[in-house]
Design a protein around this ligand. Structure first.
Ligand code: ADP
Ligand code: MG
Length: 310
């Protein structure tokens, strides 16, 4: 008699697709095989990740699709690997026009190495796109509104992003941006309002709300603060001379956070960018209210931005 495979074997086959079981071929669209991923060029890197443009080309004839592949820069193992798997799981659970789309994973060495496959956004990060470019205020506000839409969706799933900044927003074309990089994102349980995270010295402190610096307390409102800084970056077109660290930080090392807290408590905020309309600067200032409860919600920011755009 023919030996039948065990359920375990069948399950393994299914997860190693494309696989054949009897006459059926099962194709899991989210499984990417390393042998078909052809590297084209580096796209960028941050603290933890490195992103490359690849062509996924199973036919090996150049007809494949472009994908962005993110990998851990140095897999320190342990906790870092777990955080990385969490980042992948979070992106997998998100589906919105203004959030970068998850496509799948490429797994090697029995799961020891996992790469995240995302859609490729041809114009790169908003920071690279906007530097030195001449986009007008209406386009700035279009992007700002889209970021708020993505953030409102993220909050509806009870996530706080914790790293909202121009470097983590991606540009599809002149009329569309999407939020990326969910490396610091945390889920807030239903009954809680904030998440406490210990600082590892690598935090984007110049985008942080005052309570994040003082008490490591992250909430939906602290994302609103970071949105204010992102809006500022957009209106300065990421001019390096106006960069938030440059404008706020005249201290080094340990002193940065202490100096920053004292500055923010004295309501010393980032200055009004050159051609920024007064109403838009007022929105930033509202996002930087020392009292988290006094900051606008993303929903109300969407409305305010739409009104100003009219
Ligand atoms: P990290 O977690 O290391 O900060 P990011 O996810 O922010 O990594 O990616 C680093 C950089 O790579 C981004 O700032 C951007 O320039 C580029 N990048 C990331 N994802 C994409 C993508 N899907 N398409 C195009 N460029 C991307
Ligand atoms: Mg990043």
């Amino acid at each position: 008699p023919v030996e039948r495979p065990s359920f375990r074997t069948v399950l393994r086959e299914l997860s190693n697709s494309p696989s054949t079981i009897g006459p059926f071929t099962i194709l899991d669209q989210s499984v990417f095989h390393k042998r078909y991923l052809r590297k084209m060029r580096d796209l960028g890197e941050g603290h933890f990740g490195k992103v490359t443009l690849c062509m996924y080309d199973p036919n090996n004839d150049g007809t494949g699709e472009h994908v962005a592949v993110k990998a851990l820069k140095h897999d320190g193992g342990g906790n870092q690997h777990e955080c990385w798997l969490k980042e992948i799981d979070i992106l997998k659970s998100l589906y919105h026009a203004n959030i970068v789309k998850y496509k799948g994973c490429c797994t090697e060495l029995g799961g020891k190495v996992v790469q995240l496959i995302m859609e490729f956004l041809p114009l790169g990060s908003l920071k690279e796109y906007i530097i030195g470019c001449k986009i007008g205020v209406p386009q700035c506000l279009l992007f700002a509104g889209q970021i708020c839409q993505g953030m409102e969706y993220l909050q509806s799933k009870r996530y706080i992003h914790r790293d909202l900044a121009a470097r983590n927003v991606l540009v599809e074309n002149d009329n569309l941006v999407k939020i990326g990089d969910f490396g610091l994102t945390k889920h807030i349980p239903e009954e809680k309002e904030y998440y406490r995270v210990r600082d590892d010295g690598e935090s984007p402190v110049f985008w942080y709300a005052v309570e994040c610096l003082r008490e490591s307390k992250f909430s939906f409102s602290s994302d609103v603060w970071s949105f204010g800084v992102t809006l500022y970056e957009i209106l300065t077109r990421c001019d390096p001379a106006m960069n938030p660290p440059k404008m706020l930080g005249n201290a080094h090392g340990q002193m940065v956070v202490t100096a920053l807290i004292s500055l923010l408590e004295r309501r010393k905020t980032l200055p009004c960018p050159k051609d920024c309309p007064h109403e838009v600067y007022m929105l930033m200032k509202q996002c930087w209210n020392v009292e988290p409860g006094q900051r606008p919600s993303f929903k109300s920011l969407i409305e305010s931005i739409a009104t100003i755009r009219q």
